[in-house]
Design a protein around this ligand. Structure first.
Ligand code: AMP
Length: 211
């Protein structure tokens, strides 16, 4: 089964992708996480991607599509949940062609619906542990000790692209390039709308009931 999580940055796609992995055994493919790993390795892909990511812009489609193709070619028969991909109609079309040639298809697309003011608080308040990857939010989900990770007491950091000036760009890019995917998948009868304004558990229960 192939699922796609679609929605604005900060709508909880990463959290739900991780739950689909830990609770239901899906392979969770987050293009954002993969790119951040390449950036920290300073690989050729990471060095190219970093410039775009720092500004909140999309990394060029050919780089992303090659990354996804590589994963699917190596293991085409797994259950996948894609988080942060596709990000525009061009990527969605390339994805469809790639899957068709493998006899596969996107089964369901979950659109995470969330108001702009909540999105902004979720992004600007997000803090992450650079050691274990745990995520917190200074408005909604505070760590026990103000600035330290609950798991390992590592000082929490703010992602560069969660800083205010970059958030505006990410939301603009989302509206211009990613939002049209809602119509794209609706016209293919694959779109399921999930209200993303609940606890992690509530949203996960909704997802499960739609699976
Ligand atoms: P995310 O963690 O999904 O918010 O992604 C962080 C950043 O990685 C985005 O702002 C983009 O610069 C880049 N990125 C992630 N996924 C994609 C994608 N499918 N296409 C292009 N750029 C992407």
């Amino acid at each position: 089964m192939i699922l796609v999580l679609l929605g604005p940055p900060g709508s909880g796609k990463g959290t739900q992708g991780a739950l689909l992995k830990s609770k239901l055994g899906f392979e969770h493919i987050s293009t954002g996480d993969m790119l951040r790993a390449e950036v920290s390795k300073k690989s050729p892909l990471g060095l190219k991607a970093e410039e775009y990511m720092k500004q909140g812009l999309l990394v060029p489609d050919d780089l992303i599509i090659a990354m996804i193709k590589n994963i699917l070619i190596q293991a085409p028969n797994k259950n996948y949940v894609f988080d942060g991909f596709p990000r525009n109609v061009n990527q969605a079309e390339a994805f469809e062609t790639m899957l068709n040639t493998m006899g596969l298809q996107v089964d369901k697309v979950f659109y995470f619906d969330l108001d702009d003011d909540v999105i902004i608080k979720r992004l600007s308040g997000r803090r992450v542990c650079p050691k274990c990857g745990a995520t917190y939010n200074i408005y909604y989900q505070k760590p026990k000790n103000d600035t330290l990770c609950d798991n390992d007491a590592t000082p929490l950091i703010q992602r560069d692209d969660d800083k205010e000036e970059v958030i505006a760009n990410r939301l603009r890019v989302y509206k211009e390039q990613t939002f049209p995917l809602i119509e794209y998948y609706k016209s293919k009868n694959k779109l399921f709308v999930v209200s993303a304004d609940g606890t992690q558990e509530e949203v996960f229960e909704k997802l499960k009931s739609m699976l």
